[in-house]
Structures are given as C-alpha cells and as structure tokens.
Design a binder for this molecule. Structure first.
Ligand code: 9MR
Length: 360
C-alpha cells in the first residue's frame, strides 16, 4: 500500500472517530460503549480539552481490577496519593525506597499516562528521623537539598512536574510555622525550587496549596508568595489549587480562586479536587438526587472557570482519589460523604456530567 493510500485510509478513520466523539459529547443519557468501535467509548480523557487526572493509591492499583480499569479508562494524568511523599521514599536517613512509586511509573508508561509528582516538601508525612533530626542550619540545608535532588533525580524524565512545596501558608495568610521554616527560615522555599530545577531542568515546578477558594485572606497570601518567587527569578512554573472544597462554597469564591491564580501568568493545576457533600459531619446523612445535582453544578462551575483561563495555562484537573469508596474524606473525618465524580460501584455520578457540561 502506498503512503497516499494509507494516509487516505487514516483520514477516513479519523473523520469517523471525530463524528463519533462529537455525538458522544451530546449524548448525556447513554454511557453504553459501542460494540463495534470500542476505542470511541467516551471518557474524561477523551472528552475534555485538557489533561484529567486522579490521585492514585498504589495498593488499590495492584489489587483491585475495577479501580485499575477505571483509572486506565478515564484519566490521562496521575498523581501518587502517598507513594512519593518523604516518609514513603526516605524512611530513614540512608534508606531510600522507590518500589511503590516505580510501580506507579511503570503503570503510567504502560498505559500512556502523564505523572505529576507529589510532593517534595511538606510539613506532614515526615519520618521520625526528620522530626527528630539534630543539626546545624547547614545540616538541615543539606537534608533538604539531598532529599529533593535524590527524588527528582530518580524520576528524571519520567515525572513531568512536581509539587515542590506543599501547604506553606496558614489559614490566616501567615507563613506556616513548619519545621522547615523553624530550621531554615522562609527563604528555604525559593531554594527548594532551585534544588528541584537543578536536578531536572525540564520538570515543571508547582507551589501547591488548599484554601484559595476560602476567601481573599489565604488566596492573597498564596498569590503574594508565588509572585515574589517569580519576581526573584526562582524557577516556578505553576500553582496547584488543591480545591478540597464543599458543595456550600459560593460560585464567586470558586471562580475567584482560579481567575486570580491565572492572572499571575503561571500554569494552573486544579490538583486535588473533591467536593464534600457533608462538611458538617452529619452522621446520618444520606446521598440524594438533590445533593448529587448540587454537586454536579459545583463541578461544572469549577470546570467552567478553569476552561476560561488561557489554554497555555491549563495544566489540568486532578481529582483526589478515584471513587467515593476510596476517597480520603470519609475515613479522615469519620463521616459519610460522596465527594467524587464516581460512586463506590465505579459508576459515573451526576458530577461526571457536571464536569462535561463545564466545557460545553
Ligand atoms: O490522601 C492522603 C492520605 O492518604 C494521607 O494519609 C495524608 C497524609 O499524608 O495525605 C492525604 O493527601 C493530602 C495531600 O497529600 C495534600 N493535600 C491534602 C490531601 C488530603 O489530606
């Protein structure tokens, strides 16, 4: 077959696919896969105009086929929920353990997923040896640098982007008095980005935090921090807006979190989205259609605001966990809740359609 013939055949195939995708986008009621064209089955990764991700639990990925298949089908980006955190990879001073994180990388390569790294520096999930570490400021600096550069170096070329510093700002807009600030002063944040950049100059580097949608206080403090890093020439590429939010949050606050961050010109990653339905910890709450619809509307608002920022700044939207059945929220807060677009039976909820509606 000549190149022209192959080219022609490919064009026909492509137009059939595009026709099918555009139909699928408007067929909100039917989720049934086509028996003849299985590749055309709709999914977040196929139907959304920017990367869609999930925070993934390595044990579930290994042991639960429904979970694994849902991740393969719906998403084109993954974040390790816990497998790349300090305590997971560097449990004592001389011991590094990348087994779980490497499993996740192999899974991503085999299935064509982007990997976002989480997280190089945080005040939580630190091993005891760090919390108890005795040393001079230079020893602490060396600890910070060695950790960041060993982890980033290990994943160089495989992890495209990192949450370099996570949650450095407190609710009242002041710097969190973390162990890192106590030992190294607030300027350590810029150096953390520089160390990561030295270890992998191609990796995109993010500052990641929650609460940009709470109101102007925390939001402004975060924006001031990233702007000052940028103005100092620190290699920062983006802002992670975690978006652990709730169905009662106002549309104005949700939208402002995204538009004000985008005004910095940095890339924006909605990095950990979930929308709690039961923020008041009502132990007898039940999931209703009305709640599901309210949640769908909030997902739509957030996606719509994200879709409105310049394309070049849309790094993607990542949900924190995969289904309501594995979400961190019910166990962390000891309450019933249903924060994600998939239910505990791996089925799409109204929120799923809310996400699709956000880009219509
Ligand atoms: O979902 C994560 C949970 O399994 C861990 O126990 C916890 C502590 O490491 O972290 C959770 O993920 C958090 C993320 O790393 C940073 N933003 C808030 C997330 C939810 O608490």
């Amino acid at each position: 077959m000549s190149f022209r013939t192959i080219n022609f055949a490919l064009k026909i195939l492509l137009s059939v696919s595009l026709l099918n995708i555009s139909c699928a986008k408007h067929e909100s009621t039917s989720l049934a896969p086509s028996p003849t064209l299985p590749m055309m089955e709709n999914s977040l990764q196929k139907d959304m105009p920017f990367p869609m991700g999930a925070a993934v639990n390595v044990n579930l990925l290994k042991s639960n086929t429904n979970y694994r298949n849902l991740v393969i089908k719906e998403f084109n980006s993954i974040t390790a929920e816990n497998a790349m955190k300090f305590a997971a990879v560097h449990s004592s001073k001389e011991i590094w353990n990348f087994t779980d994180a490497d499993y996740l990388i192999d899974f991503a390569i085999a299935n064509g997923k982007r990997v976002h790294g989480h997280t190089l520096n945080w005040y939580k999930s630190l091993p005891d040896w760090v919390n108890n570490f005795q040393g001079t400021a230079a020893d602490w600096e060396n600890l910070l640098k060695t950790h960041i550069q060993t982890v980033v170096g290990h994943f160089k070329g495989k992890v495209v982007s990192w949450d370099v510093v996570n949650e450095a700002i407190d609710e009242d807009g002041t710097m969190r008095n973390s162990i890192w600030v106590q030992k190294l002063g607030v300027d350590y944040i810029g150096r953390a980005f520089q160390y990561a950049h030295e270890a992998d100059p191609n990796a995109l580097l993010f500052y990641n935090d929650y609460g940009q949608e709470f109101g102007p206080t925390k939001r402004t403090a975060i924006l001031n921090l990233v702007t000052s890093l940028k103005n100092k020439g620190i290699p920062i590429d983006g802002i992670g807006i975690q978006m652990h939010t709730r169905v009662t949050q106002t549309d104005a606050n949700l939208t402002a979190a995204i538009s004000t961050a985008a005004a910095t010109g940095l890339k924006i990653h909605i990095s950990e989205i979930d929308i709690a339905l039961n923020p008041d910890n009502n132990q007898s709450m039940v999931y209703t259609t009305a709640l599901a619809d309210q949640q769908a509307a909030k997902y739509k608002t957030i996606v719509k605001a994200f879709n409105a920022i310049p394309k070049g700044q849309q790094f993607g939207i990542t949900q924190w966990n995969v289904t309501d059945g594995d979400s961190w929220i019910p166990s962390n807060y000891n309450r019933p809740d249903w924060p994600l677009p998939f239910d505990s039976n791996y089925q799409r909820k109204a929120a799923y359609q809310g996400i699709l509606d956000g880009v219509k």
